[in-house]
Write a new protein. Structure first.
Length: 380
């Protein structure tokens, strides 16, 4: 690393905007559900936070980041308490030791511990799901660095590949974050980079983060949430059918509406949608089909859609095994028109169905909120 680059990094890390004492509280919302609560305190050499997170099971976490000379991350410690009554230890501890561009992580495994080594860039920070005290640390450093774009890295416990982090300035009081594949997160900030609010609606996170004043009663809320875990937010599911001897299947994840406006909001109009959540939705057929009049040979594909107010497109893509944000149009087999109709009753959880209509014919249906998009197919 060049001396000039080292000097720049140190200047950013030790900037007064980063070192001033700061504390705050956040509520993380997923639609009508509270996903997490957090409070934190940042001093010159330490960031300490406390969380209650409700998915997949409710846990109470205490995290501590220690900073050395120049504000460089030295150590991260996470203590997790099992407060939901689920099977497993009542308390676990994990640590990350940062030294230069190396990180040594120690995580629990059964009755012992497991050590993982990883490489990260200079100025890297730990990553912890729903921990917006850590995201604010990135925002403060981005503000201190100045300019319209700031990049760094964050490393999650147990991972060997750091998340590339990009912060883009969108105005005097707003920043946009991309944390690896998480985002975009649009944040309102003050001149020091203090997070005033965050929205992930229309992106991959779909959360709203509110900064709250007063005294968040962690004890009372933690007890209230302990027996009310949210489970897996978008559980995996599958549907199978047999049409004229062809075995068909779809494997997908099922997000819930949770009181939100879905189409045109959570799922933006006129953009490629993963058609579910998490991994890309997989479609398999053991026989050749005609879908919307287009030949689809026997094989495995991923399904994507482009929702619009009055018309949808179904995309059948040859690429498989990827995350649901990794769409690549060069592998498209076909883009097909779907029929769109309004449903009389709202569908809370996204649903894919394959209905056989006899004589080697069927219909693929997608339903969520008050919308059904469908396309006919037949055995070739």
């Amino acid at each position: 690393m060049s001396p000039s680059l080292c000097s720049f990094i140190v200047a950013v890390l030790v900037a007064p905007a980063v070192l001033r004492a700061q504390s705050g509280q956040f509520i993380v919302l997923l639609g009508r559900d509270t996903l997490a609560i957090e409070k934190y305190t940042r001093t010159a050499d330490r960031l300490q936070g406390e969380q209650v997170v409700r998915s997949p099971r409710t846990v109470h976490r205490i995290y501590t980041v220690s900073f050395g000379p120049g504000g460089v991350t030295q150590r991260f410690e996470l203590v997790t308490h099992n407060v939901s009554g689920a099977p497993g230890p009542l308390e676990t501890r994990a640590t990350m030791a940062f030294a230069g561009e190396s990180v040594v992580t120690t995580v629990p495994r059964g009755d012992s511990t497991f050590t993982i080594r990883a490489k990260v860039g200079p100025g890297a920070l730990p990553y912890l799901g729903q921990a917006f005290g850590l995201v604010e640390e990135v925002a403060r450093r981005a503000r201190a660095a100045g300019g319209d774009r700031y990049t760094t890295a964050m490393l999650a416990l147990g991972d060997t590949d750091p998340l590339p982090v990009t912060v883009t300035r969108r105005g005097t009081d707003s920043l946009t974050f991309m944390l690896g594949g998480i985002g975009p997160l649009r944040a309102r900030v003050d001149e020091r980079g203090t997070l005033l609010g965050v929205s992930g609606i229309g992106g991959t996170a779909q959360i709203i983060v509110e900064r709250v004043g007063g005294n968040l009663d962690f004890d009372a809320l933690g007890k209230s949430f302990a027996s009310r875990s949210l489970g897996t937010l978008s559980p995996p599911d599958s549907v199978r059918a047999n049409v004229a001897g062809a075995a068909l299947s779809v494997r997908y994840s099922r997000p819930s509406a949770r009181g939100r406006v879905i189409f045109g909001n959570v799922v933006p109009w006129n953009q490629v949608w993963r058609t579910g959540a998490n991994e890309a939705t997989v479609f398999e057929t053991s026989g050749d089909l005609l879908i919307g009049g287009t030949t689809v040979p026997a094989g495995k594909y991923t399904l994507w859609t482009i929702p619009a107010r009055d018309a949808w497109k179904l995309i059948i893509n040859r690429n498989t095994g990827q995350w649901g944000t990794d769409y690549n149009a060069q592998y498209d087999l076909a883009r097909l028109d779907m029929r769109v109709e309004a449903l009389p009753l709202a569908v809370e959880r996204f649903t894919i169905a394959i209905d056989s209509e006899g004589s080697g014919r069927g219909v693929l249906k997608l339903e969520w909120e008050r919308t059904r998009a469908s396309i006919p197919f037949s055995r070739k």
